[in-house]
Design a protein. Sequence first.
Length: 305
Amino acid sequence: MSAKPQNTEKLQKILARSGHGSRREIETFLQAGRISVDGKIATLGDRVEVKASTKIRLDGRLLAIKEAEKEICRVMAYYKPEGELCTRHDPEGRPTVFTRLPKLTGARWIAVGRLDVNTSGLLLFTTDGELANRLMHPSREVEREYAVRVFGEINDAKIRQLTQGVQLEDGPASFKTVSYRGGEGMNQWFNVTLTEGRNREVRRLWESVGVQVSRLIRVRYGDIDLPKGLPRGGWTELGLEQTNYLRELVELPAETESKVAVERDQRRIKANQIRRAVKRHTQVASRPASKRQSSGPTAKRRTRI
C-alpha cells in the first residue's frame, strides 16, 4: 500500500476553503459526479495537490481555487476553574473549558490532556493535533506539578510510601517529588510532581494512604508555568520560544512563525497611530485661530486614523 502524497488535501476541504459551499454540500456534489479534476470525474475521498495547472470544475464550470495558508502551530495556556468539564459539549449544558477560548478560523483548539471537574489550574491547548498527541503519550513522561491541599494525618512513612510507589487499581503509581508548603492543623499544602496523566491519579495516590484532597491546582506542565497574574477562566497565547520548547520536547521541528508576534505588532502600530494623531491634534490646536480656520478641513482629515 503506497503512502499518500505529502502535499495533497481532500477535495471537499479545498473547495470549501475556496468558498464553493460547505464540506457537506461538496460531498453531495462529489457523490453525484458533478465535480471533475483535470477532466476526470472526482469521487468522495479523492485527494488533490493544488498546482497552478490544476483544473477543478463543477458542472463543467471552472472553479477558482484558493491555496492553503501555512498552518502555524499555536499554543494557549488556560487557567481552568473548578466546575468546568474538559469536553467540547456537555449534554447537561454544564460549562466546558472550550467556552471561553478565542474563536479560530480554519483551525480548532485541542486540549493537551484533561483536568477533572474539581481540579483547577494550567491546561494547555494547541492547534496542532500531532503536538497534542505526543505531549499526552505516556512514553514522553512530561512532568506535571500540582499544588495540593490535603486533609488528614501525614507522616514521613506516608510520604516515603507515596514516592516509592503504591498499588492502584490500574497499576503501580508514585510521585516523583513531594514537598511541604505549609498549613495549619490537619489541612496542609504540598507540591507534588509526576510524569503520568492517569484519571484522578493525584487524588487516588493520596487516598491510598488515607488522606483526602480538598484542593488541587496544576501549576506547571513541563517547563511551562501557570502564568502569574492570569485569572481563573483567563487565557494567554504562548510565544514562539515556549511553543518551540514544547515541540522540541516531543521531537517535532521548530516553528518559525507566531501569531502572538503579529498581534503584538498590530497593537503597537495602532498605539503609534493614536499617539501620532494626538500629537497632530495638539499641534493644530496650538496654532493661531486664523490659521486653524483657513486650514480647518485639512486639519480634520489629518487627525483621522
